[in-house]
Design a binder for this molecule. Sequence first.
Ligand code: SF4
Length: 404
Amino acid sequence: MKRPELLCPAGDFEKMRTAIHYGADAVYLGDPRFSLRNKARNFDAEELATAVQYAHERGVKVYVTANIFAHNSDLPAITDHIRILKDIRPDGVIISDPGVFMLFREKASEIDIHVSTQANITNSESARFWEKMGAKRLILSRELSIDEIRKIAETVEIELETFVHGSVCLSYSGKCYLSSFLASRSANAGECTNSCRWKYALVEEKRPGEYLPVFEDDRGAYVMNSKDLCLIEHLPFLSRAGIDSFKIEGRMKGIHYVAGVTRVYREAVDLIGNENLYQSRLPAWQKELSLFGKRGYTTGLLFGYNKDEICNVTGVNYAPESELAGVVLDTKGQFARVLLRIKISVGDSLEYLIPGLVDKVIAVDTLRYEDGIEAVSALAGETVLIKAPEGPSKGDLIRKICKA
Ligand code: SF4
């Protein structure tokens, strides 16, 4: 069986480096002007070129998002972008808009096109349509069941990609005006504020400031509080159904998320085909992923619609058990040189996130600045030497275990 690709989010250069460090086969990123995640920092033309070179030197593919729904006024800039991408030579572009698709086919036929999940491919005929148009890959709609995925895979010969982890949209993959309406930030332009997950109450016009609770049933109101997608249990199943690429959502999320989720899915993808080992590792993967799914996890619509399974019915947000403490710049003898993200102190428990999910937990017994001066604690932004007898290497993240 062909091993599926692990495709990870790269909202900026540091996130890309982190995804690659923890085992991504491919990353997706975009120019802010043409990408549906324009608050995710993203890459301008020069940074795109550097990013593609960095990834290719490490054998990692890069797919560039250009999945806006373009207006006529966007077309000159898109044409210019196509010219730039011809030089940069990414491994594919991600497109939703048929007009943008056609422009790429006409002006840069050598660049592979992946049809975005925003194009909502929900049936075999749509899949066949895009295959006929010359798409290299289809990123399937998140609204499909496993049987529908299987049928599409039987119909087309081009590659199929699907999301396996991350936030899901309560609406039809971003086709929603809630965030535009309430926060003047359009989901269709990649600026969603996740307004569907805000806490709502009812206010009567004549009694401002008096909030009346809204109950859907005796568990509260939860219809808009979607859990996050997690298909870690089902990768072998999806692979057998015909999926070629497993995509992780989260270009807006931080490097802790990128590292933690990537290394779990890396190990899982590598164990597809070894059912016993896969099952034995599942609890460890789920434990690690539980750190990043504060709304709880769901399998989405893969096995049909179940309101209680999809929504967080309790409204409980799980507290994080650890937080990103820093990044290892390099190691010197028994010490790791670490750029801190938060304050740490002697006595804190730190965990080194080593690719491969074998973590080392250490209690900080000494903290030392590079000039040798010892400290009781050090602050975010400072570089310190921390004793790390074995294990960490350049690029590893360190996290602090939060006390209960
Ligand atoms: S507000 Fe919620 S439902 Fe609407 S686009 Fe954003 S995540 Fe999706």
